[in-house]
Write a protein that binds this ligand. Structure first.
Ligand SMILES: Cc1cc2nc3c(=O)[nH]c(=O)nc-3n(C[C@H](O)[C@H](O)[C@H](O)COP(=O)(O)OP(=O)(O)OC[C@H]3O[C@@H](n4cnc5c(N)ncnc54)[C@H](O)[C@@H]3O)c2cc1C
Length: 370
């Protein structure tokens, strides 16, 4: 009997496995560790630069937590580097100016040699600089999951019987976390509406020197042995399981190189490797961490007023000991260690999770609209 079964071995599943490393954990992924969106990620660790909002606040806390977490536990897979975020246009520049007056993050003055390497149009734009990092996506997922019992297997059946979850009719676990990203839902609930956002990034060899993470029209990583990562595209129209035409790799490469060329002159460029995958985003842009509401059973309850704009989530009926960690869109590597800590403390010690993160918020909205 396992204490925890995790379905999906991307950064969310791997972070849960690490949080439960002192327990008996089984981890499933039919593709292997970090073969979904996580295997494609450039895995830049950065906060969200915007004026205000719940996501900005969450990412502020997650950025500080996760950077320190990676440094403490997985420093061999973390490249610490200055992060230079450059405004794309005048509106963006105003936002960055305001961000600087409000933020409590430790801002830096970008070194002159760093600014000198930018194209004049990028150099003249408003920018912001702070300490950030990039992690080795696949290696870190593998290291985080090393104590779990990994099964390269698709989870096709999940049944709750006699107080335990039975997975694929063989494995038994007390708790289950669904960390399946944008690929497939193991449990279908009509209020969970995650969309896949296709992304493409490339590794290039170049003689151009770069010592920092630059973010403007896309992200450019620090060069390591002459290789740097450029990424990523955001395509809401392409989906590998829904489109009949294959993905146009050349078009994606052109877009990436064109966007990079607006910030930095990359010389002697050779594309070494393409990475593609789906990010999973929610309709309110916030991730989902917490228990799953059983919609049919909850709707049948006579004691709940579904019109109530401030619903009490405790009145809902939940799948027993079943949780979701998903919807981290383009910030999975920033959010996952932080959210896994929150979800683990909830599962192990009953610590309450902020309502803004709970999947139940989507049930409440869906039930009101019906
Ligand atoms: C090109 C690109 C660049 C990105 N860059 C960054 C970045 O710089 N910084 C950042 O923080 N984030 C970045 N992201 C986003 C980040 O990669 C995602 O937020 C993150 O990967 C989500 O992780 P996950 O564990 O939720 O999902 P995934 O990594 O997609 O993992 C889900 C896994 O579940 C498995 N699975 C699904 N169903 C089943 C089943 N029934 N049985 C068994 N296994 C199953 C899938 O095979 C998959 O491996 C990027 C994403 C892309 C695509």
């Amino acid at each position: 009997m396992y204490d925890l079964a995790i379905i999906g071995a991307g950064i969310n599943g791997a972070s849960m496995a690490f949080s439960f490393a002192h327990k008996n954990v089984i981890l499933f992924d039919h593709e292997g560790i970090a073969h979904g969106g996580s295997g494609a990620a450039g895995a830049f660790i950065s906060p969200k630069f915007s004026k205000k909002g719940e996501l900005k606040e969450l990412l502020h806390d997650a950025f500080l937590y996760s950077l320190a977490f990676y440094e403490e536990h997985f420093s061999e897979f973390l490249t610490k580097a200055p992060l230079l975020h450059i405004a794309q246009n005048e509106e963006d520049a105003l936002m960055l100016k305001e961000f600087k007056t409000q933020t409590t993050l430790a801002l830096k003055t970008p070194p002159k040699e760093l600014l000198d390497q930018l194209l004049p149009s990028a150099r003249s734009m408003e920018n912001i600089s702070l300490d950030g990092g990039v992690v080795a996506a696949r290696e870190i997922c593998e290291a985080m999951s090393k104590d779990a019992d990994f099964k390269k297997e698709k989870v096709e059946s999940l049944v709750y019987e006699g107080g335990v979850w039975i997975i694929n009719q063989i494995y038994k676990a007390k708790n289950v976390v669904l960390a399946t990203g944008a690929y497939e839902a193991v449990i279908h609930e009509p209020y969970i509406n995650l969309r896949g956002i296709w992304g493409h990034r490339i590794d290039v060899r170049t003689s151009t020197k770069n010592g920092c993470s630059i973010h403007q029209f896309l992200s450019i990583s620090p060069a390591k042995e002459g290789i740097l990562a450029l990424g990523a595209t955001h395509d809401v129209h392409y989906h590998p399981q829904k489109n009949t035409q294959p993905y146009d790799m050349d078009k994606g490469r052109c877009e990436l190189l064109h966007k990079a060329s607006k910030t930095l002159l990359l010389e002697d460029v050779a594309i070494l490797k393409d990475y593609t995958g789906l990010r999973s985003g929610s309709v309110d842009y916030m991730p989902l961490a917490g228990g799953l509401v059983k919609s049919r059973e909850t709707l049948a309850s006579k004691n709940i007023n579904f019109e109530n704009k401030k619903p009490n989530f405790e009145n809902y009926t939940y799948y027993p000991n079943l949780y979701m960690l998903n919807g981290s869109a383009g910030y999975g590597f920033v959010l996952a260690p932080y959210l896994a800590k929150i979800l683990s403390q909830h599962i192990l010690n009953g610590v309450e999770i902020d309502k803004k993160l709970l999947p139940a918020r989507f049930f409440a909205r869906w039930a009101r609209r019906r």
